[in-house]
Design a protein around this ligand. Sequence first.
Ligand SMILES: Nc1ncnc2c1ncn2[C@@H]1O[C@H](COP(=O)(O)OP(=O)(O)O)[C@@H](O)[C@H]1O
Ligand SMILES: [Mg+2]
Length: 234
Amino acid sequence: MKDFFSLFMKYVIETNQLSKKFNIGKKNEIEVLQNIHLQIQESTCILLKGASGSGKTTLLSILGGLTKATEGEYICLDKKISHWSEKFLTAFRRENIGIIFQQFNLIQGVDVWTNIALPAIPTEKSTKKLKEKVEKIATQIQIEHKLYANINTLSGGEMQRVAIARALLNEPMIILADEPTSQLDSDNSENILNIFQELKQKGKTIIVTSHDNRVENSNLIDKIIELKDGKIVE
Ligand SMILES: Nc1ncnc2c1ncn2[C@@H]1O[C@H](COP(=O)(O)OP(=O)(O)O)[C@@H](O)[C@H]1O
Ligand SMILES: [Mg+2]
């Protein structure tokens, strides 16, 4: 029955023969992804797993439109974005993709509020609405008590929650999360997994990398894709 319905479900993410090399033509040329085919349906959560160095972060970065593949095609939300210029990609990303970076990529020296608000600042003209949006997501992620603290004064787990809040602010269709619970205690991890579960039920597609058994064993995960030396393990 599921296969019958899946005929009508469209792919949110589709890649054909993606490969990624770094340092092309140099002595230290390295191929980190090889022949990656993905077909990911909407309203699902995929766990991307594999040893350190297997290519997980590089693949997420390509799926997030931040890194260009060396070869192959990437179709995201029915748009072949692999050949788009940075200008179009930036706007597309802001609207459709929320990325939770392994290293958080927060802006140092400013407060939590500014860090979370960032993806909506170019588009949300009403200060009142922006404020409401930021407060709502901060409350959900349980970081509202630190909204006006300087980001540099936060613990690792708090910074991770700010990174998650920022990625979810614009309610993107696609959420890419690189080790999103690596610094969280079990209460906060559970909260994040529950939030992801709700987002999935609302039709969002989530790709998460993780070493955390709490994530792998969670019923959030619909499918596991394993990478080994840049290739998908069949
Ligand atoms: N910018 C880069 N230049 C050269 N090599 C890189 C670069 N980024 C990643 N790599 C290499 O690509 C491989 C995969 O890295 P990564 O995607 O971070 O793996 P994972 O997230 O699974 O640990 C590693 O060997 C890493 O050293
Ligand atoms: Mg990584």
